[in-house]
Design a binder for this molecule. Structure first.
Ligand code: DOR
Ligand code: ZN
Length: 367
């Protein structure tokens, strides 16, 4: 297969930022083949009120009214059962994102103890909002290698590192699912075979997103290139193979969430601590098509990028999209001549480098 027509993709995990970076990134959503973007709330300050989410929604829509933006709230003490009811009533907020404190970009306000949020989860179950989990336990602090008190913990302390952080989180996923079996939960950006197995083991209310970049990367790539560094980090070849198998399997629990996470180039290179995040928005579907083609699974692209996520989130049932629009808004993917990933997007301090710059991938054309 060298070309294929499919409905526009729905990207169920994006970071669109604010200000100048937002202006650079939002126009690349459709370029990447998506007509729907599920927007992460980890701005500075985080989106932790309904009004903030609605204001952010307006700023995004003003930049591209042809994209459906679904908003999320940042799980923090401001989020109460009352806020959940209010959020659901807006019809624009679809979920709540949980970051364990300290695991990634702008997670300082994140969760320390899930038990304190059980009333919130119960309200989410009642109002049918989705819980989006960043599934990593925090590692030991790495702020200073000389600060014994902070970093060289006693032998009994946490043994979590970025390599086992996701696997360590999986018991929390299983526990939350057993306490709130009707709550729809998405384990975001799975990177391990263990995470795929855990999601399969859960009932139909638990699903997972898989990014484009994790279908390509292993930890070796991350070690050599800050543009491949994100949280959770890519793991072993066997993990990557499990992600690829899940994404191409036709199992509706697994769908696209790119976790496209732009950071200015000067926060990636020439700095002591590279910011975590891989920018994939402008070529989202291209990367997926190119990866799936390499394993002879082009026939699985349509469901993975355009169908399973929409079904899990009930986008048509909830009135966010019409069934007609979803089938009318179509894209064509072509292997030849393909498209070369440009070196940079944006200008000046806001320059951001896309994943696989300089490589040729399948092209996306809107029909
Ligand atoms: O690599 C990441 N970057 N992982 C996240 O969870 C957050 C994201 C960001 O916002 O940059
Ligand atoms: Zn993310």
């Amino acid at each position: 297969m060298t070309s294929i027509r499919i409905p526009a993709a729905a990207d169920f995990h994006v970071h669109l930022r604010d200000g100048t970076m937002m202006e650079t990134v939002v126009p690349t959503i459709r370029q990447g083949g998506a007509s729907l973007a599920y927007v992460m709330p980890n701005l500075v300050p985080p989106i932790s009120s309904v009004q903030q989410a609605l204001d952010y929604h307006s700023r995004l829509q003003a930049l591209d009214p042809s994209v459906t933006f679904l908003m999320t709230l940042y799980l923090s003490p401001e989020i109460t059962p009352e806020v959940i009811a209010e959020a659901a009533a807006t019809g624009k907020i679809a979920g709540v994102k949980s970051y364990p404190k300290g695991v990634t970009t702008n997670s300082d306000a994140g969760v320390v103890d899930y038990a304190s949020f059980y009333p919130v989860f119960a309200a989410m179950e009642e109002h049918d909002l989705v819980l989006n989990l960043h599934g990593e336990c925090p590692s030991n602090s790495t702020t200073s290698l000389l600060n014994d008190a902070e970093t060289f913990q006693p032998a009994t302390s946490s043994t979590t590192t970025i390599l086992n952080a996701e696997e360590s989180f999986l018991p929390t996923l299983l526990d939350l699912h057993s306490r709130f079996p009707k709550l729809r939960i998405v384990l975001e950006h799975c990177t391990t075979a263990a995470a795929i197995a855990a999601v399969k083991q859960c009932g139909p209310t638990v699903a997972a997103t898989i990014t484009a970049h994790h279908l390509y990367l292993t930890i070796d790539n991350v070690a050599g290139n800050p543009h491949c560094f994100c949280k959770p980090v890519a793991k072993l070849p066997s993990d990557r193979a499990a992600l690829m198998a899940a994404a191409t399997s036709g199992d509706p629990k697994f769908f696209l969430g790119t976790d496209s996470a732009p950071h200015p180039k000067n926060k990636k290179i020439g700095t002591a601590n590279a910011a975590a995040g891989v920018f994939t928005q402008p070529y989202a579907v291209s990367y997926i098509a190119t990866a799936f083609d390499r394993v002879g699974k082009m026939d699985a692209v349509r469901a993975f990028v355009a169908e399973f996520g929409r079904a899990f989130y009930k986008t048509v049932e909830k009135g966010w999209e019409s069934a007609e629009d979803v089938t009318k808004d179509a894209i064509e993917l072509k292997k030849e001549p393909g498209v070369k990933v440009v070196d940079e997007f944006g200008q000046g301090e806001g320059v951001v480098v896309p994943f696989m710059a300089g490589e040729t991938v399948w092209s996306v054309t809107w029909l």
